[in-house]
Design a protein around this ligand. Structure first.
Ligand SMILES: C[S@@+](CC[C@H](N)C(=O)[O-])C[C@H]1O[C@@H](n2cnc3c(N)ncnc32)[C@H](O)[C@@H]1O
Length: 357
């Protein structure tokens, strides 16, 4: 179910029936994708934070130029109906209680220079976010907690693929009451203005139109991914987005079989969501270890030893071309018998159902 051009890309670290996780610099990998072939790029780049994190943040001054180089390629690979969703956290100027404007500069630059449209601005509200920066929020108490990320939804044309009916939110208690008993609801709540509000409001559309404020706590502390990371003796990726974020945009902006790409994949949250939703997906990530650990999102019911073994092999098997599907890990058929494959370590066939090499 993957498009034929997937086979022109460098070999994947692991792959499923519908997606490929590839280690590399996405600026180079993007150039290997044919023009106009991707439906959705959903991603969260390293942010322009002042404190250098373990995943390679750029200083704020260089940041917009740096990110624009990727976005130019994203624009090229998107279909005319394609979408680009970019999650950007806010930041402060160094040593000052003054907000950086970098996320707004990114927005203006992409629209002015690259001809992206701002289809709509979204905001991801994370109620579980810890107060920061400590100096302004906790110590001096002169700023409020920053709990919202800007999520820019760009499109290549004015009318990109989008269907809000795929992401309807649960009705409010008030709306459920109205749907249950429209007559009673309207007569009890007649408006003083005399406006007739009864027309059409009592139609059950299966849910409410969602707003552009997405509330996701990002508390994944008990997930299989983190548990397996712990077992493998590594810490989980420190800047993951909640699965619900990519899931929302994948459902909203694509259909089954469409191509979804994350160019800063980290722990491959987006690839996993796309896989569950039967979209073809690509995950590009510079850091081999991050991508190796992201395979934990795709396997289930592993004994502790098998987890460690899987990680060790994914770490060691650069370019091995592993195939993961339905919790099974196989060697990619195209690689059978290749010299690289025969050099691979012994496999634990009994636990992972591996092809014995
Ligand atoms: C904010 S994290 C993404 C986290 C991801 N959304 C998740 O849920 O795990 C950004 C990632 O971009 C990766 N990265 C930075 N520069 C890159 C590049 N040039 N090509 C590919 N990945 C890159 C970093 O290694 C880091 O893992």
């Amino acid at each position: 179910m993957v498009p034929s051009w997937f086979s022109d890309l460098p070999s994947a670290l692991y792959q499923t029936r519908s997606g490929r996780a590839i280690v590399g610099d996405s600026l180079e990998l993007l150039q290997r994708i044919p023009e106009g072939s991707v439906d959705l790029v959903v991603t969260s780049p390293p942010f322009a934070l002042q404190r250098q994190k373990d995943y390679g943040n750029k200083p704020q001054e260089e940041y917009v130029d740096w990110l624009t180089r990727f976005a130019r390629e994203v624009h090229r690979v998107l279909k005319e109906t394609g979408n680009f969703v970019l999650d950007l956290g806010g930041a402060y100027e160094k040593g000052r209680p003054v907000r950086s404007l970098y996320n707004f500069r990114v927005l203006l630059r992409f629209c002015d220079e690259l001809d992206f449209r701002l289809a709509e601005e979204f905001f991801w509200y994370n109620p579980a976010k810890l107060p920061s920066p400590i100096e302004w929020v906790n110590k001096r108490k002169i700023r409020a907690k920053d709990a919202v990320n800007t999520v820019w939804w760009f499109s290549k044309s004015d009318n990109p693929k989008a269907d809000v009916r795929n992401v309807l939110a649960p009705y409010s208690a008030r709306m459920r009451k109205l749907l249950k008993d429209p007559e009673g609801f309207y007569s009890a709540k007649k408006r003083p203005s005399g406006h007739d509000i009864s027309m059409g409001f009592d139609k059950d559309n299966g849910g409410a139109i969602p707003s552009n404020l997405l509330e996701n706590p990002n508390t994944e502390s008990n997930s299989q991914y983190l548990r397996y990371c712990k077992t493998a003796g590594i810490s989980g990726h420190s800047a993951r987005f909640p699965a619900e974020l990519p899931r929302f945009f994948i459902k909203f902006l694509t259909q089954p079989g469409d191509v979804v790409l994350d160019i800063f994949a980290g722990s491959n949250t987006a690839g996993r969501a796309a896989d569950e939703l039967d979209r073809a997906w690509l995950a590009f990530e510079l850091d081999h270890a991050f991508l190796a650990a992201s395979a934990f999102r795709f396997v289930t019911d592993l004994e502790e030893e098998a987890v460690r073994d899987l990680f060790a092999r994914l770490q060691a098997w650069r370019d091995a071309g592993l195939m993961l599907h339905g919790g099974r890990l196989d060697q990619h058929p195209e690689r059978n018998g290749s010299p690289r494959a025969t050099a691979l370590p012994v496999v634990r066939a009994e636990q992972l159902d591996l092809v014995n090499l």
